[in-house]
Write a protein that binds this ligand. Sequence first.
Ligand SMILES: *[C@@H]1O[C@H](CO)[C@@H](O)[C@H](O)[C@H]1NC(C)=O
Ligand SMILES: *[C@@H]1O[C@H](CO)[C@@H](O)[C@H](O)[C@H]1NC(C)=O
Ligand SMILES: *[C@@H]1O[C@H](CO)[C@@H](O)[C@H](O)[C@H]1NC(C)=O
Ligand SMILES: *[C@@H]1O[C@H](CO)[C@@H](O)[C@H](O)[C@H]1NC(C)=O
Ligand SMILES: *[C@@H]1O[C@H](CO)[C@@H](O)[C@H](O)[C@H]1NC(C)=O
Length: 482
Amino acid sequence: MASPRKTIGVINYIDRSVDIDVAQRQFTTSSRRENLQPRVLLLLIACCLISAFVITVSHHGIERLATSPFNSEQGEVALLLPTQRHENKQQDLTALSQHTDTEINNGAGNSNNKLSSSSSSDNSSRSFTVDILSVGSIQQLDLLHAQRTTFASHISIRNFFNVTENDDADPDCHKYLTWDDVQKVSSFCRNRPPSGMSHVSRHMRGKYARAQWLQKKKNPVGWMCAQVRPTSGLMKAYQHYRDNIMEGLPDYFIIMDDDTYYDMEEFERNFGGMNSSEALYYAGCLVRDPVHQINFTFPFGGFGSILSKGALRNLFEPIHCPTPPLPSSSSSVLVNDQHQPLCDRIAENNVDEQPSFQTGMNLAQLMYQYVNAHKYRDVNEWEQNDNGGGGFCMHSDWVIGYFANYYNVSRHVVEPFYADVPHARIEPYKNSEIYKKGTGFCVNEGNNCKEGSELCHRATPQWMKDETDRLRLKVPTKYVTG
Ligand SMILES: *[C@@H]1O[C@H](CO)[C@@H](O)[C@H](O)[C@H]1NC(C)=O
Ligand SMILES: *[C@@H]1O[C@H](CO)[C@@H](O)[C@H](O)[C@H]1NC(C)=O
Ligand SMILES: *[C@@H]1O[C@H](CO)[C@@H](O)[C@H](O)[C@H]1NC(C)=O
Ligand SMILES: *[C@@H]1O[C@H](CO)[C@@H](O)[C@H](O)[C@H]1NC(C)=O
Ligand SMILES: *[C@@H]1O[C@H](CO)[C@@H](O)[C@H](O)[C@H]1NC(C)=O
């Protein structure tokens, strides 16, 4: 690897660190096949049920919920409200939640065990809670394991969620997608139609991964398939919260890669005093596009995204709009006034998200439908449309960046320079950003991470262990043993 500063060129931010050795992949694939099939079936059933639910909701037309499920502390209990309103689907939905219960509780079970063996296990005594979502791959489970047993053993961590190929809507993407398909996706996305497309869509598609860049990756197919994965993870966490309503939402939710390290002692020091009910979104390293071209920012996935409880609520709040969402000027139907700006945004259809929306969906669900609307391996059937659609042309970091900024997931940034940019909503954590060059945590990659680095990308299991052992000695009571 070249010197860290060089590796952090603006090109590298799209690396999702899921490079998979092809030979190893084939080996693992065949040995895993029997295990995989029941899961795939379950996932398919889950998808059918979700769409059945969505269709039912849309047939019932416009509805208003008196309160959003996540609007108040007690309100979290009402998260199942939409299901309860559709008795004819009740059975299916019960089946769905049982399915997700078993599947998702397995992941959480680990942390529950951990907690029940610790004196600080009483949830009522916890003053500061963090849930982690780690985006990984079945090809490198050792990294997930390392995270869980090192920094994620800090007592502030309540759930350590992980997401891999197995949780994707198309879990076999990496088996069937070919290098030829990958090149076709790249050229489809880079060849923009002459008119109609929004500025933000045009801008992103112009920067879509080039074939030459993809070719240099160890596993271009694995990289491409992984672009939907953070959204799969968000759905997985959402289902967990929905199925464990009494647990409530954490103070903070961190989405990171499987080779990301956070010093949770330091994290607690920084965030413990803040009001997590405020909707906050911090990027461990914020990528800022040139402001003379566009005001668009997104989190560099490998350095993590930090969402407060208030921001999570916004992600999980059902949005009620007429279907299809109409701009307020042309809408004759009453909708929840608070939702009108969101409905207007959907109607703008900046990135071709509108066809994925059905009334009653929350933003996490909209993102999930959106990233899965076009399968990569169907690229031969993708057709350009004027809205920048017809295919899925976003890198994973752009998806969360677009929805967080343009759908007001978090409050406006404080920096005065962006006062007039309404969609400036992601803060750089401790001024860590990449504009022309990286600052703050953005330079903490691989060998550049030093003892005491609060945040590190491309950390090895050994480095995570050494750092955590050091902290365990310093503050033994803050880490769960075993
Ligand atoms: C990842 O999540 C699955 C449940 O989906 C769980 O069985 C597994 O133990 C988790 N792995 C780690 C390292 O936490
Ligand atoms: C702790 O959480 C569990 C579910 O995770 C819940 O059943 C229980 O009521 C909670 N206890 C307290 C004291 O809040
Ligand atoms: C925390 O923020 C929420 C949402 O903005 C607000 O309602 C609440 O009053 C704040 N709490 C404190 C202690 O400032
Ligand atoms: C981005 O925002 C800044 C600050 O308001 C402004 O000066 C600049 O013109 C904006 N860029 C674009 C492309 O609109
Ligand atoms: C976002 O919030 C601003 C106020 O800060 C508001 O003007 C705008 O309509 C909101 N947009 C959406 C999509 O909710």
